[in-house]
Each structure stands twice: as structure tokens, then as C-alpha cells.
Write a protein that binds this ligand. Sequence first.
Ligand SMILES: [Zn+2]
Length: 421
Amino acid sequence: MAGSPRPGGRVRSRSRPRSPARSKRSWPGADERRVSTGPVFIGAEIYRASSFGAHHPLAVPRVSTVMDLARALGWLAPGQYRTSPRARPEGLGIWHDPDYVAALMRAEQAQAVEVWTRERYRIGTSDNPIFPEMFRRPATGCGAAMLAAGLLRRGGVVHAPGCGTHHGLPDRANGFCFLNDLAIAILSLRALGIRRIAYLDIDAHHPDGVEHGFGRDPEILMVSVHQAGRWPRTGLAGDRGAGNVYNLPVPAGLNDSEFAHIRDALVRPLVAAFRPEAVILQCGADALAEDPMSRLMLSNNAHADFLHAVRPLAPRLLLTGGGGYNPWSVARLWTRLWGELNGLPMPTRLPPAARQVLRDLSWTRAGRARPPAPGWTDTLADPPRPGPLRREIRELVAMHRARLPQASPGPNVAGKAPGPG
Ligand SMILES: [Zn+2]
């Protein structure tokens, strides 16, 4: 936590060592100076009972299930868990318009908005509804982003599954995102002098909010793999930004083999050539086959392998959540990735306490209860979902590879397509 504020901005007592200029205590993570000894998990209890409303895709529990599942597995040692602070309104001003933040806070307090507020700020809509924690919950995600930046100052790995609100815009809500904790993470790292950041987004949707903020920043590499034609319909393959934007709008049905080709033929060499000081990986769970909000067909092996591929490419890694609307697949993915970051063996069958966490979940869609499929309550790792490497994917990757500095010949893609379709 940031500790108590200095009343009236008075100068701190000389009995305490002075901080270097860059570590002035201006946000929750700013005074973290320890060298990380292992991955850190940032969670918060606010997610446990919070819902966007019974009919909203974010009615399902997500972060709290990850916390419970990781604890049930014995994967969350006390020293690894940090409670996210809540960002203060003035701290959000590094990215967000103060008038918008004030409107969001008023809406939370009143649990209602005027028509002009809804039209101006897009809050109180069906996508971005009024709910009890509508400011505190996203502000907790932003606090996690600030804390993560401080923890990563000297290097390390942080998993913040409550972060990942990549659609948020400076002055309005967008696509279930009231605030943009990824923009806050980037700017918080920047404030610590960390300039070159690779932002990688493998959510099923294009991160329009993050690209809005950083698509023209040549020191931010932006890579997004998302389903073509899906909301927000931005993220076209031809977008270049300042030359740093690589969008991969992929067709429905994206399989593990195709994702591996994107990873090995493009993302890994691209990020390696960029030489980032930090990687931010937005790992939304909605590209998984069983997610209701997209038509991509990945298994969670795709995400785990991608994480392992990019982790060595920078001294700092922030892994976040994002979309993901099937409560079982979200919890299994984000918990699995925490285990992967810690080098833990994946159990072939979960122990009883962990199974119980997953069995206690319920999911209702369109007024009907959806039971878990076999395997969703007993395992973390999905069966692989390989498939043919389609021409659209090969061409997309080849197009972007041609932009790489000193592009080298790609792998023998003809030999990469496994199995029957
Ligand atoms: Zn998404």
C-alpha cells in the first residue's frame, strides 16, 4: 500500500531516507524497491461478490476463483500474494480525464446516471452498466497496475488477473472497461524510466483503447491477435501506427497450430528484435474454444506456450487477464498460467479441494444454467486443439514478417500443419 498521505504536502522528516526523484510516492507501487525473488500475484477481495449484473457476461466470478483455486493447490505462498490497492482519482489522471473519473465516482455513489452522462461518458449502458463497485472495482485494477510497475522496477514477473481492461478510453467507458489499467501500467512503468515496452494482446478482441493511447509511440511495440470482424472492429492488418503496430485479425476457428505459427514465425522474432525493457501480456481468456463471446478455438496450451515463449525476451513481465466469460475456462487458464510462471507441474487430476472450487461455480446464460463440460472441474490443462494452418494465417504472418528488420527466412510452414483438419 502507499501508506498515509503527507498532510498538506509537507516535507517529510529528515529522519527518513529521501527517495530518488523518480520514486516520489505518487501512486501505490511507487515506493517498491525490493528485488523480486519470484513471481508475485496481485489479487483483491473486491472481485469476489462483484457482478456487472445478472444478465451481463461479467456476471461470472473470475479473479476470486483464480485466487481460491491457486490457494487450494497450495500455489499461493503468503509472500507471493499482494493485495491490490485502489488507485486514487488523482492518480488516474495520468491517463484518464478528471471529469470522466468524477462522473464515474458520482455514478457509483448515486447508482444512477443522467441521460447526458450516459451519452457523454457511455456509463449506464447495457455494456457498461451501473453496479455497486463500478468505480472501486476498475480503480482496484488500476491500483494493481501501479503496484505491478513498482514491483517490476528492478525486474521480475507479476500476474495481475484483475487487470486487462484494454478497451477503456481516456474520457469514456468502452466494451465493459470503465478504466484502462493497461494504459496505467504502461505510464507507471514509464514514470520509473522504463521506456521500451512490448504490449502483447491475445484476447479475442482488439485492444482499441491501448492502441488509441500508444499506437503512435515508437517505443511501444503493439501486437494483437484477435478475431477478424468482431467488435470493436478496429485492429486492421494494415494499421501501422508509428510503425510499431502489428495487428493480426484472424479468422474464426483459430487453432493451436495456427497460433503456434504466429508465435514462432512472427511474435518471438519481432519482440526479440525490439529488445523491450518490459513485456506486458494481456491474456484474455475469450480466445479459448469454449468461450461464448468469440469463435476462436484455442486450448489453454496455446496461452501457456505463448507465455513461455515471450517470458525470456525482457527482464520484466506483467501478465494480466482480460476478457473471458466462461467461468471454468477463465479460472483454469489464469490459474494454470500462474503455475506455469512458477515452474509448477500441472496435475493431471486436481486434488479434491481444487475440484471443489470449480464444482462450486455456476453459470447461467440466456436464462439457462450451463453445466461444466467433462474435464472442466478435474483438470487445469486442456487437451490440445491442433489443426491445419490456413492460407489466411500464413499470409498475415508473412506480411508482417516482411516488416521485420533484417527479416530472416521463416520456418518451413509447409511442414508445420499437423494432423487432419
Ligand atoms: Zn475480449
